[in-house]
Design a protein around this ligand. Structure first.
Ligand code: BGC
Length: 385
């Protein structure tokens, strides 16, 4: 099934490539100026992993949009291994890439970002901020704090926390994403900002570790999931069910993305307490993966957050094109973070320009949103109707 989904994604992407390719001719003939770096300049696309489906799609969409603008583009997937990704990035530099779009695995990417800067090759941090580096200027992503807030609001609504009482509190357990992914902190802080008041007033009880924010490093590490690996989340959930959560019934699980949400649900379904209709805890997610959309439709996973990664890829290539042409970036559908949001681009060494796209909360009631955005294959969409 997984293989089939992957092939479908590739087919879909190939079709979208052909589609984007059709637009290419008209846009090329409309624009007389060739990119400063030459019309066939190479853009290197370094994606962190494939075990979370979105990155496969991101890679294919980025390549398609880059080629539609007349660039050569190559994608490499790092298999959640920073040394491997660094070798891939060095490969792009050796081939003379003029710009790199990097969704990094961890901060170990900094050495190759520094090499790129020495070669005067621009780097765009894609979806994940590259921390601790002053060697690049641009970041493009979704509003990740908002993604977390949506997860928190999903739980708030589903458990009707506004009317809950401390006399009969609800139980929740908390999971976070990879501790080496800067996004994980934003997701968690967004979600917990919604839940903290209920935890403080006693209407929501945390089973297991409770970091009040991601800054509580000791507890955050306890709930984090190394490299976003589903088996790690599943094992942690199984352990919780047979230890800390044994004497209670969980009403909700904060899960940071769909891949982990489904692993957590699997662990719950193996426990008699949660088997049978309506017995699962409310489980959150993110990415609007097809398997999770189906699970939402079937009443298992409660919600997800739709981040239209095709739009993110398109916006990143518009940004890349404008950088290569020496233009001031102006990206339709993405806004430059300003005011209090400026810190989203703070690497700890420098504040880079951060361009943000808007996520959308998705529950059973609006699965049509990603479907209508053509986020799935036709066959998948048909199953969600
Ligand atoms: C991305 C999520 C993704 C996660 C795991 C995060 O950086 O923003 O969309 O689910 O990585 O790959």
């Amino acid at each position: 099934m997984k293989k089939l989904c992957t092939s479908l994604v590739i087919l879909l992407a190939a079709a979208s490539m052909a589609f984007v390719g059709c637009n290419k001719k008209s846009s090329v003939s409309e624009t007389s100026a060739a990119p400063a770096a030459g019309p066939t300049a190479l853009i290197g696309l370094a994606m962190p992993e494939t075990h979370v489906l979105r990155w496969q799609k991101d890679g294919v969409s980025l390549k398609a949009f880059a080629e539609a603008k007349g660039y050569r583009a190559e994608v490499a997937y790092g298999d959640a291994d920073q040394s491997q990704q660094n070798r891939q990035v060095q490969g792009f530099l050796t081939q003379g890439a003029k710009l790199l779009i990097i969704g990094n695995v961890n901060d170990g990417v900094n050495s190759v970002v520094a090499e790129a800067a020495r070669d005067k090759v621009a780097v765009i941090a894609y979806d994940r901020l590259i921390m601790g580096s002053a060697d690049y200027d641009y970041y493009i992503t979704f509003d990740n704090f908002k993604v977390g807030q949506f997860q928190g609001q999903g739980i708030e609504t589903a458990l009707n926390l506004k009317s809950a009482t401390a006399a009969s509190p609800k139980n929740i357990t908390l999971f976070a994403g990879s501790p080496t992914d800067n996004n994980s902190k934003f997701f968690f802080d967004g979600a917990i900002s919604v839940l903290n008041p209920y935890i403080k007033s006693g209407v929501l009880k945390v089973v297991g570790p409770y970091p009040e924010t991601s800054a509580d490093a000791a507890n955050f590490t306890r709930i984090a999931t190394e490299n976003w690996q589903a088996p790690i989340a599943k094992t942690r959930m199984e352990n919780l069910l047979s230890n800390d959560a044994r004497a209670v019934t969980l009403d909700a699980v904060l899960a940071p993305n769909d891949t982990l949400a489904r692993a957590i649900i699997e662990a719950c379904l193996a426990d008699a307490k949660y088997t049978g209709s309506g017995k699962l805890p409310v489980v959150t997610g993110q990415d609007a993966e097809f398997d999770s959309a189906l699970s939402i439709k079937n009443g298992q996973q409660y919600m997800t957050v739709f981040k239209d990664t095709t739009k993110l890829a398109e916006a990143a290539i518009i940004l890349a094109d404008q950088i290569l042409k020496g233009q001031t970036p102006n990206i339709p559908g993405a806004s430059l973070a300003s005011g209090s949001l400026t810190s989203i681009g703070d690497t700890g060494k420098k504040v880079v320009k951060a361009y943000l796209l808007e996520p959308v909360i998705v529950t059973k009631d609006n699965i049509s949103v990603p479907v209508n955005a053509k986020f799935y294959t036709d066959a998948e969409s048909a199953q969600l109707k």
